[in-house]
Design a protein around this ligand. Structure first.
Ligand code: A3D
Length: 315
């Protein structure tokens, strides 16, 4: 079986992390693309030089030419700029919309059959840009956010209870940002719903939900420059692996909802089955009135971001 080709568009902090993880997991041969000369080549060569140590049969190549992503099976996009001091949210949306539009045009041209995973922020809006510009079916365009958010929630639950992360599941819905909806009654420790777990008070659960919502900001505050990259990189690679190896894992991903959860035409985080056909199914569950209201609020925030994209006149 020929090796898969994985194109990482953006060779910054997350791009470099993903190159290392993809090579270590032998997901395929990795192309690391960036517009900055030398960085993808340097990081690519550095990761390539880990492969004899780790014993992995993957190649990693850095490039500044989109030609090199030709025929990629999966493209994972981190290209973009972070918000700078004095920059409004709408300025950031406009700048990253232009960047993601350019990336999307090149993916459409060189890797028209690929699956695309977007990480660039503001996440849900950038997934919208990618889907609109490529015109790819919704099963092939998805955003990474929920996997990271639920990993954070699982980590906090493990840190609080001392139970292995392997026995903890967490469920997070909605847009990426402070309106995301962690669902504790669908999050479990050894199969026991969080609210029923001995010794875990409603207050402690609420504190962990809040910490999850602010998980990105917590790391930005500690790092001072830049944002989280290990866990975001690992999360996107888990999504790619589920597609490449047809694992059919259930992950919360930002995908186009067409009536699911009562929302039409918007991109937001919902649980999906990821397999060889990409987003194979959206899993829809019953929500309580409070949960539905929280999700609607989150969907409203995503809609607002999408309208900023639409009004920018860039697409
Ligand atoms: P960073 O290290 O700055 O990497 C971004 C890379 O994009 C840089 O190497 C740039 O040179 C490159 N780039 C800029 N413009 C272009 C272009 N036109 N074409 C190709 N490459 C370009 O950032 P990072 O890796 O830390 O983060 C990348 C993105 O992920 C940012 O938008 C973050 O906000 C976002 N992010 C999202 C999450 C989610 O959970 C959704 C989590 C963490 C970070």
């Amino acid at each position: 079986m020929p090796r898969k080709k994985i194109a990482l568009i953006g060779a910054g902090q997350i791009g470099g992390t993903m190159a290392l993880l993809a090579a270590q997991k032998e997901l395929g041969d990795v192309i690391l693309f960036d517009i900055v000369e030398g960085v993808p080549q340097g990081k690519g060569l550095d990761v390539m030089e880990t492969t004899p140590v780790e014993g992995c049969n993957s190649t990693v190549t850095g490039t500044n030419s989109y030609e090199d992503i030709r025929g990629a099976d999966i493209c994972i996009v981190t290209a973009g700029i972070p918000r700078k001091p004095g920059m409004s949210r709408d300025d950031l949306i406009a700048t990253n919309t232009k960047i993601v539009k350019d990336v999307a045009e090149n993916i459409k041209k060189y890797a028209p059959d690929s699956f695309v995973i977007i990480i660039t922020n503001p996440l849900d809006a950038m997934v919208y840009v990618m889907q609109k510009v490529t015109g790819f079916p919704k099963s092939r365009v998805m955003g990474m956010a929920g996997v990271l958010d639920s990993a954070r929630f699982r980590a906090f639950i493990s840190m609080e209870t001392g139970v292995s992360v392997n026995d903890i599941t967490a469920f997070v819905l909605g847009g990426h940002g402070d309106t995301m909806v962690p669902l504790s009654r669908y999050s479990t420790i050894g199969g026991i719903p969080l609210p029923d777990y001995p010794g875990l008070s409603a207050e402690k659960i609420r504190a962990m939900e809040d910490r999850t919502r602010n998980g990105g900001g917590e790391i930005v505050n500690l790092l001072k420059t830049g944002s989280a990259f290990y866990a975001p990189g690992a999360s996107a690679i888990a999504m790619a692996e589920s597609i490449i190896r047809d694992q059919k894992r259930i992950f919360p991903c930002a995908v186009l909802c067409e009536g699911e959860y009562g929302h039409k035409g918007i991109f937001m985080g919902v649980p999906v089955i990821l397999g060889e056909k990409g987003v194979e199914k959206i899993i829809e569950i019953q929500l309580t009135a409070d949960e539905k209201a929280a999700l609607d609020k989150s969907a409203g925030a995503v809609k607002e971001l999408m309208s900023v994209v639409d009004n920018s006149g860039i697409l």
